[in-house]
Structure formats: structure tokens, C-alpha cells
Write a protein that binds this ligand. Structure first.
Ligand SMILES: Cc1cc2nc3c(=O)[nH]c(=O)nc-3n(C[C@H](O)[C@H](O)[C@H](O)COP(=O)(O)OP(=O)(O)OC[C@H]3O[C@@H](n4cnc5c(N)ncnc54)[C@H](O)[C@@H]3O)c2cc1C
Length: 424
């Protein structure tokens, strides 16, 4: 039985309700992609554009997982860059630089090419909560200037902060106008629609239960089978496939979002005068922005325990009101959460189980940009271009060879240490 989209602001404002059938019987294809989030949809679209015959299998609905629930903030980090540099040395610097904005380019190109209506708005800001965070942002500003992107970035000191965020909580920030924010579910569904229009066959309610390996692997669901040349596993924090071979590296962590009722325009402008998205550097990891209809979307938390809070609103609201007291009497219309895949190295977990089964997962909370890079990279790898793929596949990962829930408790304990340190 497949599950509906979670009751989020995004599901309530979905602009395409296309329902794809479930897979029945046996079919063949060049590539079978497992998972209908950004990783899977992006890979399927890229491969279809290159002329491959692609089948995409999603256990619930397109965008049901993290891709249809997230903050919609598209930031330029690919995560775990230091780990990649440690593995590959200085030779990796140019490739990292090339990749950092690649996801942005792919998303912007697709929005235009396929006419995807997903509330694109430019601008993002990192907000420092302590002075040592500001030192980190100054370092980051120097890095972006060295890379030649300085004209698009602005280091904002406390005195100017109210021009960007309507609170005194932060000590400064780093703003840029190259990052952007979008309605993630409408983007994901729009990309799936584009793939289908080019010939990709998409099946919903089609959870994969097994991959039978071989020269021509067979991907098995409860009511169907797909015989292919290549398989891509893109189930991220929500899949349990091939545990022996790729388990123990990616751990699911919960993060949650509140959406207020639409704010009147003065209040919306007071909170975020430039309508950019924001993420802060606290251990609570707040991220927030305005929606197209001027709701305030406030996200945060990174809960490794594997259990959702009893009330998302009760967990999140005190943080939101502490930062923006003027929202005290505003109604909360939606509350929801989802799972991100965390790796200990923070580098995405990418590789091959054998010559014809590929996987990409574990973007450590930063996947909207990176999933699109992965879509292109997986397609490149399938066509024999491994330069970028190698960068990630060879990067060191830490495996915790225990059941997932034990690993999650270990990570939760580790995070507790950092929370206490921050409080002190
Ligand atoms: C609340 C929240 C806020 C976030 N905010 C941001 C943000 O602002 N910016 C950002 O960059 N990132 C953010 N992220 C992270 C980002 O959403 C993810 O990194 C990204 O969407 C991962 O995409 P994915 O396709 O790999 O995984 P998912 O979107 O989780 O998709 C995996 C899909 O695979 C399917 N699946 C699993 N197993 C099977 C199977 N056996 N057979 C068939 N289908 C299967 C699932 O049903 C699911 O639809 C956030 C995540 C959450 C949860």
C-alpha cells in the first residue's frame, strides 16, 4: 500500500496531480532508477535526454521523500569538501569549484526549458549566532572571493543585519544572490513530467523489494519486474536495499518545518526584507524563508534518534518565537518533517555495487543542489565518464557495522555533546 504525500504546505499547493500507474508484469529497459526523489528523477531525466530507455520506480509518489518536503533552499556547498580534498589532494580543487554551482545551473536550465512553475526566488544568507561563526563566514567570504564569486557575496555585520533579517538574534551573516529558493515538490514533479514527456516510464506505488544481480540485473517489485542493463539506487534515507553492501554509512535524521498562515506584506517584509532564504549556524540548525504566498516557512532540528517528536509544533514554535517575537500570534497552518541521510564524513555516499548497479545517497541535509549534480554524474558514469564520479566514490567513508537504529543512537549521543558545548 503506497503512502500519500505528507500533509505539508507543499502538498497543499501541488500544481500537477498526475498519477503514474504501478508496475504490473515484466518489462525491459536500458536503466532502472529506484526512488522518485530529486536523485532518481534528476538521473532519469538526464538519461532520457541522452536517449536512454529509462524506467523509474517509486514506492509511494514522486517527491514523497525528502525532495518533496524540504526547505527549498538551494545552497552551493557539495558537503564534505575537506574529506574529498584529503582523499584526492589539491588536484580536486578545480573539480570541486566546477561542481559547486553545477546543480544550480541544471535546475535553472530545466525550469526554463520545461516551463516548471516552482516559485524560484534568488538570494540566501548564512547567519552567525556566535562570534566564532562570524570568523568562519569571513573565511568563507575570502574563499568565494578567491574563486572569483566575490561580487555576488556580501559579508553583513551586525549593524546592517536588519536590512536582511528582522531579528537581533544574529551577530552577522554572509549573503549571496547566486543561491535561490524554490517550491521543491513542484520542481520535483515538474522534472518527472519532463522525463515522462521524453519517454521515461514512471511507476508509482512500486516499491522495489529485491535486485537480482547479473549481466542483466532484474529489479523486482511485488507485482512486476524490470530487466535492465544498469540500475541506479536513489532511495537515500528511505531505502533498505543492499544493506550488506552499502548499509552502515548513511543514517536517517529527522528535520521539521512549520508554515504559518499568509502574513500581511508589512510583517513579511519586516522579517525578510530581501525575501532571501536563511540558514543559521546554531546546533538547532534553523532554516527559514517566505513562500510565494508570504507564509513564513521555519525549519530546524536534526534529530538522530530515529523517533519524530510527539508534536512538531511544540518542538519548533519556541525557537521560532524566540527569534521572531512578532510572530507570536500568527497561526500555524502546516507542520511536517522528513528524513535526511547523514554520513559521518558529510561527503555524499556514491559508488557501484558491481559493474552495473550504482548508488548515490547521504547528502547530509544539503541535497537540492547536490542531487542534481548526482543526476548528471550518474548519467556520465553510466556512459563511461567517471571523472566526477571517482571524486566521490573514492572519498573515505566511515561505516558503522551495527543495525541502523544502534548507529542512530550513537550519532544522537555525539550530537548531544555538541549541543551541551554550544550551551556552555
Ligand atoms: C524537512 C527537510 C528539509 C530539508 N531542507 C533542505 C534544504 O532547504 N536544502 C537542501 O539542499 N536540502 C534540504 N533537505 C535535504 C534534501 O531534501 C535531500 O537531501 C534530498 O531531497 C534527497 O533527495 P533524494 O532523491 O536522494 O531522496 P528522497 O527525496 O528522500 O527520495 C527517495 C525516494 O526513494 C523512494 N524509495 C525508497 N526506497 C524505495 C524502494 N525500495 N523502491 C522504490 N522507491 C523507494 C522513497 O519513497 C523516496 O520518494 C531537507 C530535507 C528535509 C527532510
Amino acid at each position: 500500500m503506497s503512502e500519500m504525500h505528507c500533509p505539508s504546505y507543499y502538498a497543499a499547493t501541488l500544481n500537477d496531480k498526475t498519477a503514474y500507474p504501478s508496475l504490473e508484469g515484466e518489462i525491459t529497459a536500458d536503466v532502472c532508477v529506484i526512488g522518485g526523489g530529486f536523485t532518481g528523477v534528476s538521473t532519469a531525466l538526464d538519461l532520457t535526454e541522452r536517449g536512454f530507455n529509462v524506467v523509474l520506480l517509486e514506492q509511494n509518489h514522486i517527491g514523497w521523500g525528502a525532495s518533496g518536503r524540504n526547505g527549498g533552499q538551494v545552497g552551493y556547498s557539495i558537503k564534505g569538501e575537506d574529506n574529498i580534498r584529503n582523499t584526492h589532494g589539491a588536484g580536486a580543487d578545480q573539480m570541486i569549484k566546477d561542481l559547486q554551482w553545477r546543480g544550480h545551473e541544471i535546475i535553472k536550465k530545466r525550469i526554463k526549458k520545461y516551463n516548471i512553475d516552482c516559485d524560484f526566488k534568488p538570494g540566501d544568507m548564512a547567519a552567525a549566532i556566535k562570534h566564532h561563526h562570524m570568523d568562519e563566514l569571513k573565511k568563507e567570504f575570502n574563499y568565494v572571493c578567491e574563486q572569483g564569486w566575490g561580487d555576488n557575496f556580501k559579508l553583513v555585520e551586525k549593524a546592517q543585519l536588519r536590512d536582511y533579517i528582522g531579528t537581533d538574534k544574529y551577530v552577522g551573516g554572509l549573503y549571496n544572490d547566486m543561491d535561490f529558493h524554490i517550491h521543491p515538490l513542484n520542481l520535483c514533479i515538474g522534472e518527472a513530467r519532463a522525463a515522462a514527456s521524453l519517454g521515461a516510464r514512471i511507476f508509482e506505488g512500486s516499491g522495489v523489494v529485491e535486485i537480482i544481480h547479473g549481466k542483466n540485473p532484474v529489479v523486482v517489485t511485488k507485482s512486476g519486474r524490470v530487466k535492465v542493463n544498469k540500475v541506479v539506487i536513489a532511495g537515500n534515507a528511505y531505502h533498505h536495499l543492499e544493506k550488506k553492501k552499502i548499509g552502515g554509512v548513511v543514517f536517517p535524521a529527522g528535520t521539521y518545518i512549520l508554515a504559518t498562515e499568509p502574513l500581511d506584506s508589512d510583517l513579511a517584509t519586516e522579517i525578510l526584507p530581501k525575501n532571501q532564504s536563511v540558514w543559521d549556524m546554531s546546533i538547532f540548525l534553523a532554516y527559514f524563508r517566505r513562500s510565494a504566498d508570504n507564509r513564513f516557512l521555519y525549519g530546524g532540528e536534526c534529530n538522530y534518534s530515529g523517533r519524530d517528536p510527539r508534536s512538531i509544533k511544540d518542538t519548533m514554535l519556541p525557537h521560532m518565537i524566540e527569534t521572531f517575537p512578532m510572530l507570536k500570534n500568527v497561526k500555524i497552518d502546516y507542520e511536517w518533517g522528513g528524513m535526511i541521510g547523514i554520513t559521518i564524513s558529510r561527503t555524499p555516499h556514491v559508488g557501484r555495487i558491481n559493474d552495473n548497479v550504482y548508488y548515490a545517497q547521504g547528502y547530509s541535509g544539503h541535497g537540492v543542489n547536490v542531487t542534481h549534480i548526482m543526476g548528471e554524474m550518474l548519467s556520465d558514469a553510466i556512459t563511461g565518464q567517471l571523472e566526477h564520479f571517482d571524486l566521490f566514490e573514492k572519498a573515505k567513508q566511515h561505516r558503522i557495522p551495527v543495525p541502523r537504529w544502534v548507529g542512530n543512537q550513537m550519532l544522537a549521543l555525539g550530537m548531544l555533546y555538541y549541543r551541551i558545548k554550544e550551551l556552555l
